[in-house]
Structures are given as C-alpha cells and as structure tokens.
Design a protein around this ligand. Structure first.
Ligand code: SF4
Length: 636
C-alpha cells in the first residue's frame, strides 16, 4: 500500500510558524526511496529541533547505511517547535518525516538517537503526534517498533515503559542486523505478531527489550534484581563495537542543511573510543576500546565529503582528536593539501599540551586564529587527580603561554563544578589558575591584549563510570561555589577584566542526574512533565526546574534519593544488566582510587589495567602508526 505524503496539509501551516524551512526537506544528499519497493522502513529521529538534529553524526551515518541497503529505506524526523505542534494538533497533522513527509506511524521502526537524557520529553511529543501510544504495552500490530540508541541508551530504564527496544553502542552493524530480522519476519507473514518480532530481536543478546525483564525492589526502594521473564532472553545485553572503522567510511554524502544549524561543516570521525580514563566521562568509558581510522581513509573521506557537499569547513572529530597516533601527519598532510583554498580545517580538541598548539597552528593556516580551548576540568591539582585528568598547573600555564606567544589571543578553559570530593577551595582554585594564566601570558607576550574565558559546567554522575556510585552535589552548593568563584574573578583589579566567566546554574544538572541514574519509576516523572507542557528540556528558555520537581512530587519520586545519595558497592544499579564491557569490580576499584587521589595511565601506551572491555567484548586497542599515507587527490 502506498503511503501518502502529508505535505499538502503541512504546507498550509508553514506560513504561521517560525523557521518553516526546517520542515520541508529536500536537502542536498537527502534520499527518498520508493515506499513500495522497500520491505523494511525506518524513521530516524534525533529528538531535538532540526538545527541541532541535522548535524548529528549518528543519525547521518545510519540514514546512509540503511538507505544503501537493498529493500530498506530510512527517512528523518525531528522535534517540531511548540508553535507547529499546536497547529498540527489543531489540524490533525501527524508527526512526519522531512524526506518524503510520510507519517511516522507508517514505518516499521522509529529509531531515536539520544545523546542526552533531556530529549526524553520530545520523544513523547513525537509519539503522541504520530498517533503511537506512549506506553509500549498499549501498542498494537500497526505501530512501529520504538527503538532507542545513543549514549543515553546505556541506561534506558527511565524511558523503559515508552520503548519497545534499545541498542547499546555502535549502530552500523546492528541496524543492518535488525533490518534483516524484520525483513525475515515480515516475509514469513509476521508469525506471532509484534511480540515474536521483539522476541527474535531479544534472543540475539544484542537488543534490549525492556518488557522481557522484570524489576523487583527492596522495601527501602533499592532494586533487588532485574531478571528476564521469558526463557531464551539473556540475563545481560551487550553493547556493539565496530572494530574496523575503515570499513565504514560514513557519512559519504553529508547532508547539507537548508536552515541554519549548530554546526555547518563536514565532520570526519578520526577515531572512536578513548582510554585516557577520565573518571567523569561516560563517553570515554562506554566507547572503549580505541579504534583509529587510517590516515588514508581520513584523507579520502575529507576529499570526498567536500566534493559531495560543498562544505568549506571540515572538522576532525573524536573524543580527544589530538590523541590519534598519526595526527601530526594527518594535520600537516591536510593543511598542505588545502592551503590557499577556501577549505578550512578544525580540530575540536581539549588536550593540554604544546603539541596541541602545533596542531592548531597547522589547522589555522587557512583561517582565523580565533581561540583555543583546553579542558583541565578540575580547578586544583587534587581535584584533577580525583577525576584522573592528568594535567599539572605547570603544564597548563606553559601550554597557554605558548599559545599566547604564538599569536593566539583568546584561550577558553573548561571546568566542571560539583565533582566528587570537591571543596570550595577546589573551585576557587579555578580563579587562581586563570589569574596565573593571564599573568604568565602578559609576561611572555609583553602585551595586555590577551584574554581567557573560564567556562563551567555542572558535573552529573553517569552510569558505567567509576562515579556511578557517587552522590551528586546539590544545586544550592554548586550555585554558591559558582557565585563565590564569580566574585573572586570579578573583584580582582589586576586580572579580572581579562577573564571572562560563563556558567549555568546547578538546577538543570539535578534533573539530568535524575534521568541519568534513574530507574523505571522515573518514567512517571517524565510523563507528568510532558503532560504539563515540558518540551525541549535541553534549551534553557524552555527548561523548568519547578515543573520537574512538581512532577516528581506528584509521582512520589524523591529526587535527592536518585541524585545526591551515594550508593554502596553491592547495590543493584538500574543498568547493571546492560553490559558496556566494563568490569564492575574494576569500576568500583577505580572509584575507590579516585577518592584516594590515585591516577591510572592511558592503556594505549602502558600495559592493560584490566578494565574488562577487551576480553568481554572480544576487542582490542587499535592504534597506529600504520605507516599508511595520505593518498594524492583524485583527479576529477
Ligand atoms: S581491557 Fe585493558 S587494553 Fe582494553 S580498554 Fe580496558 S584497560 Fe585498555
């Protein structure tokens, strides 16, 4: 049965909404496949506005891979702004894809990629607008499988009631495998209906189907156990790891946005994973081990991506880009190749060392020397040992002074507030550090024309990290420390004017903390917030702390129990049945070492310290040098 486009109905609403261009689709490199020629159809959603969602790499990669697969099609859908939502409700227009404006409910799968938990309410809006029941238990044979992925899916328990399934880790291979399971099940005439399809997915051990697991609680509210309620469903669900990134050189045809977006460049992921062992960093922990893309493939992807998209900026992405074992060759090779052209290169990197400045110098040959960012994360040496961010004050001052001496005028320093064991002195140490940076910079350059911006985010303890047991610092303490720091910076007559200060208050971090380490009981809070009008919680102008707290009270959920409470070693955590490969005992030991301030080295260059990932996942660290070279440009 052909599925009709709803565009003619949407079009009448577009003159009445802000930024209507975001809903029309037709971007360069977007794909519309014939509906009837496909037997497996995915709607892919990044649950935020188009301007945030379109540049998302995860969705872009899956969109291409699935559309390349014979018999499979994929289209994109984004969160609609409240103005369009109101009109769609009034006119009965359903949630649609931007590619062919097909109703989302007509697809086999609605795949959502969650980079952050603050997108959960937007998922509920999309389900509701699509006409898909909010609760998985209420869905029927004609509803899509609602499937979550992305970093937040490593603890999908707070949204477990709204999901049919979740996938942990890299999506390339598992999205193809899921498509094949659906194709086979449909070809067989959908035996056993939706339930059997979910069972086939769950049996593989690579797809988590929350309804096949029961959660039992102790009287005091802690979890007693999470157990499968069907035979053949595994006790633990494993993450997926793509080992050879050169085999998956996506995106090959980058989407070029029609409306303004947060990043307007072609991004090439130069490696996945990070083994530096920063204890606060969930991304680093859950994406282990390191897998590098070869210099040859990076060069080919950059060349091809520019040709296919016309972008004139290329970003080399990863969790710590300067750590690629051949980054010096990559940087010099690409800088030589594109010198004098209108293509500029960027390396979002936070490593604090002089080598990083050499790289930045290479990459700024074609562009402006606008600013450099370094992330010491903790304000005192003691704090940086706790979080395993091995940067000494001396390193930082030397690095930043080198940057100023080489012509950089603006340096941004990124820190966190609310870290485990943190004291007021640790946070005030940020002011001392910033002042020393400016002082050393003035001495080195003989100029007062240098600036440093201190930017601070609130720390949220995350699942699958050594800090998963930590008590989160309450919002009042974070706010008080940030205010004292602001005063210490502002009141300094000598250096205060050279130091900028950016921070957010501590309340959003508490909500993020509730959602990050929540269990299934938190789902009622998410639903109550959404019913009360909660949308776009990642946007400060839409976020309401009061709404979240009122909803928690209504649902009988004690927010501090989930956030500021420290957990004991043997407490069953809501995500313990979801396997990121990390050994629980190692995580606990690392948490104890954090408290005592002892550090661990990067296992790329030192012996394995048994975090568990490589043996559990059957993987290994993959680093160069490979001896490969940047190939010459292809003659067009
Ligand atoms: S298992 Fe060993 S080598 Fe592999 S990521 Fe963990 S510490 Fe590193």
């Amino acid at each position: 049965m052909p599925v009709e486009s709803i565009f003619h109905r949407l079009e009448a609403l577009l003159p009445k909404v802000q930024k209507p261009i975001q809903y029309v689709g037709g971007e360069l490199n977007s794909t519309v496949k014939d509906w009837d020629s496909a037997d497996v159809r995915w709607a892919l959603m990044y649950p935020d506005a188009y301007e945030v969602g379109l540049p998302n790499q995860g969705v872009a990669i899956l969109y291409e891979i699935l559309n390349e697969l014979p018999g499979t099609l994929a289209e994109r859908t984004y969160a609609v702004w409240p103005d369009l939502e109101a009109l769609m409700r009034a006119e009965g227009v359903p949630q649609f894809t931007v590619d062919a404006h097909r109703p989302v409910r007509a697809f086999d799968v609605l795949g959502l990629s969650f980079s952050t938990e603050l997108g959960y309410t937007n998922m509920l809006t999309a389900l509701d607008l699509a006409g898909i029941p909010l609760l998985a238990v209420d869905r029927g044979e004609d509803d899509p499988i609602v499937l979550a992925g992305g970093h937040a899916a490593f603890n999908p328990e707070p949204i477990a009631d709204f999901l049919d399934a979740a996938v942990l880790g890299d999506g390339e291979q598992i999205s193809i495998a899921i498509s094949e399971v659906i194709r086979e099940w449909k070809a067989e005439g959908r035996p056993g209906g939706r339930d059997e399809l979910l069972m086939r997915l769950a049996e593989s051990g690579g797809v988590y189907v929350p309804k096949f697991y029961d959660v039992e609680y102790h009287d005091d509210g802690r979890i007693k156990r999470v157990a499968p309620n069907r035979a053949d469903v595994p006790w633990r669900v494993h993450k997926h790891t793509v080992m050879d990134l050169d085999e998956w050189p996506y995106p090959k045809k980058p989407l070029v946005p029609l409306a303004e977006t947060v990043h307007e460049r072609f991004s090439v992921e130069i490696f996945r994973g990070c083994t530096r062992g920063c204890r606060f960093c969930q991304a680093g922990m859950i994406t282990r081990p390191v897998r590098e893309r070869s210099i040859t493939t990076i060069g080919a992807m950059v060349e091809n991506g520019i040709k296919e998209s016309g972008f004139n900026e290329v970003g080399l992405l990863s969790l710590s880009s300067a750590d690629h074992s051949e980054i010096a060759d990559v940087a010099k090779g690409l800088a030589d190749r594109y010198e004098g052209t209108n293509t500029s290169l960027s390396l979002p990197s936070t490593r604090v060392d002089a080598f990083n400045i050499d790289l930045a110098n290479e990459f700024s040959r074609n562009g402006r020397r606008s600013g450099l960012t370094f992330a010491p994360e903790g304000g005192s040496e003691r704090m940086r040992k706790v979080i395993n961010k091995m940067v000494t004050e001396e390193d930082l001052i030397r690095t930043v002074t080198t940057a100023y001496s080489q012509g950089w005028r603006q340096v941004k320093l990124y820190f966190m507030c609310g870290l485990p064991t943190e004291t007021d002195e640790d946070v005030l140490g940020i002011a001392d550090l910033a002042k020393k940076v400016i002082k050393a910079g003035r001495e080195a350059t003989g100029s007062r024309d240098i600036r440093c911006t201190v930017s601070i985010g609130g720390f949220v303890p995350k699942p699958h990290t050594p800090f998963q047991w930590a008590g989160q610092t309450d919002a009042e303490t974070v706010d008080r420390r940030l205010k004292e720091l602001r005063d210490a910076l502002r009141n300094d007559r000598e250096y205060g004017r050279a130091i900028g200060y950016r921070y957010h208050d501590g309340k959003p971090s508490i909500v993020e903390g509730l959602l990050s380490r929540g269990d299934r009981r938190v789902g009622a809070v998410i639903r109550a917030v959404w019913e009360d009008g909660g949308r776009f919680d990642g946007w400060s102008e839409h976020f309401s702390y009061e709404r979240w707290m009122a909803a928690a009270e209504q649902a009988g959920v004690d927010v501090s129990w989930y956030t500021t409470r420290e957990r004991e070693e043997n407490e069953v955590l809501p995500w313990d049945h979801l396997d990121a490969g990390l050994d629980r005992e190692w995580l606990w030991q690392d948490w104890q070492e954090a408290v005592s301030g002892s550090e661990v080295e990067d296992c790329r260059w030192t012996p394995c310290y048994d975090c568990g990932v490589c043996p559990t996942m059957g993987t290994e660290i993959q680093i160069g040098p490979t001896g490969k070279k940047l190939l010459p440009l292809t003659v067009v």
